[in-house]
Design a protein around this ligand. Structure first.
Ligand code: FE2
Length: 469
């Protein structure tokens, strides 16, 4: 976890090693600090001449390292202080260091003896590790003899100092992480609000989530009932093959919906090695207190899972995304109502003028296709479609005797017929249609060479959408 490595980096930077050196001299104990998995976090300090001699042989060094590692792992596993005798017969204490309820390191202190070292053991060690036996026996005589109480008191004092220091570092870093998480949340909400299209919002959110978590696959599944009209799904993978796309199985979706919380699952149950494993987490998307969809994230380096704090962060993102998707859904249904109202207006006209039945819809479709080929924006394409549907709306104001007259129209009738673009524009003005739509309706009978009506505009004086119609 990136948080954890930053924590260790800062511990080292603030002079953890130097503090250990001076504490070990003051206490008269050898000290080192290990990661919970036993790897050394600091160099050992204040080694006795005996330990230094054993460490000078490769075999002795390897035995010491293995002994420290085993003690550190055992203490981390047990979650409490343990006392051990090392391969050379000295004793040490392994004290787990806990911050925020988790073991973050283990302090190893000791390399003293509770009783004089046995000669037979020393002879065996000298032989197996290739150390001069006389030198080893003489160094062993200088190993301090401590009582267990004294050892525990020394280790206790040391543990409290180191733990306080680690807590300070952790608290400072926690403030940094929280600030970074807030900044990410802000960026995320900015990013998903760039669109009002349900699938586009989901796509933007996925890009962001993969970026923030370092995950490689993800998906957004909207629950059909919440969506109102049809199910929607967006999935993304940064991996080389689509096999890694992660859309949760229906039982996981059902569990998220039922329990309203994150559900962890294995997205590739057949994965045997860490590289093949794909732990995944499915999170509820919430709107109005209901689960409206499921956000799923999967695929970390070396098959790593999602820690509790990351899951909590992703759950917060899920709430924000749920609202953004709900907004997009509401917008899209409002737009549907609006288009239905426009189609109803066009239908009202066509009920009166049988000659033009189907004409408005055909004009709208062709106009939108033209706009698309011309490279107009999606907003302009929609406006020309609306203008196409409504361009002859003003004919509602033309008498049926004129509209349906089989022969030629007289001058008076032509004047009335030619009023229909202006009448149509006037009908639309109070309904707050976009200005470009009203202008297209008003000018759809202009002629590119001039000579059209109502304004006799020519060339590019005619609004673009009117020219298309
Ligand atoms: Fe017309």
């Amino acid at each position: 976890m990136e948080h954890r490595s930053a924590f260790y980096r800062e511990l080292k930077q603030i002079g953890f090693q130097e503090l250990q050196e001076s504490m070990s001299r003051a206490l008269g104990l050898a000290l080192m600090v290990a990661y919970p998995d036993g790897r050394p976090l600091t160099e050992p300090s204040n080694l006795s001449p005996f330990c230094a001699l054993v460490n000078s042989s490769p075999e002795g060094l390897a035995r010491c390292a293995a002994s420290h590692e085993a003690s550190a792992r055992a203490a981390a596993g047990a979650g409490e202080e343990i006392r051990r005798t090392c391969h050379a017969g000295l004793v040490h204490l392994a004290v787990p260091l806990q911050v925020a309820g988790e073991t973050v390191a283990v302090i190893l202190c000791g390399n003293v003896a509770l009783r004089p070292l046995a000669k037979e053991g020393l002879a065996g060690l000298a032989r197996e590790a290739g150390i001069d036996p006389e030198k080893l026996v003489s160094a062993a005589k200088a190993v301090p003899l401590w009582t267990e109480e004294r050892l525990r008191a020394g280790a206790g004092a040391l543990g409290r100092v180191v733990e306080t220091l680690a807590r300070l570092v952790y608290a400072r870093q926690e403030a940094d992480w929280k600030a970074a998480a807030l900044a990410s949340l802000y960026e995320f909400s900015q990013s998903v609000s760039r669109s009002l299209e349900v699938t586009e919002v989901a796509r933007l959110a996925l890009e962001n989530v993969l970026d923030l978590t370092g995950a490689t696959s993800g998906s957004v599944v909207m629950l059909p009932e919440a969506l109102g009209f049809s199910a929607a799904e967006a999935a993304a993978t940064l991996e080389s093959c689509d096999e890694f796309r992660v859309v949760p199985p229906s039982e996981v979706v059902a569990a998220v919906e039922r329990e309203t919380r994150a559900v962890h699952f294995n997205s590739r149950p057949g994965g045997a090695t860490p590289e093949e494993r794909r732990p995944a987490v499915a999170l509820p998307l919430m709107a109005g207190g209901k689960v409206t969809g499921v956000l799923t994230v999967a695929g970390r380096p070396k098959g790593a899972g999602f820690a509790e704090d990351e899951t909590a962060f992703l759950t917060t993102l899920g709430s924000g995304l749920g609202l953004a998707l709900e907004n997009a859904r509401l917008y899209s249904s409002l737009r549907e109502y609006y288009l239905s109202a426009v189609r109803a207006l066009a239908a009202a006209l066509e009920a009166k003028d049988v000659y033009t039945r189907g004409h408005s819809l055909r004009v709208a479709r062709w106009a939108r296709a033209c706009a698309r080929v011309l490279g107009l924006t999606s907003e302009e394409q929609e406006q020309v479609y609306l203008a196409g549907l409504l361009h002859d709306l003003g004919k509602i104001g033309v008498r049926e005797s004129i509209l349906l007259k089989p022969g030629r129209l007289d001058e008076e009738e032509i004047r009335e017929m030619r009023d229909h673009p202006v009448v149509g524009a006037r009908i639309l003005e109070p309904a707050r249609f976009p200005a470009a739509v009203i202008a297209a309706v008003r000018h759809h009978h202009e002629d590119y060479c001039g000579g059209g009506y109502p304004a006799g505009l020519e060339g590019e004086e005619i609004p673009l959408l009117a020219r298309i119609i």
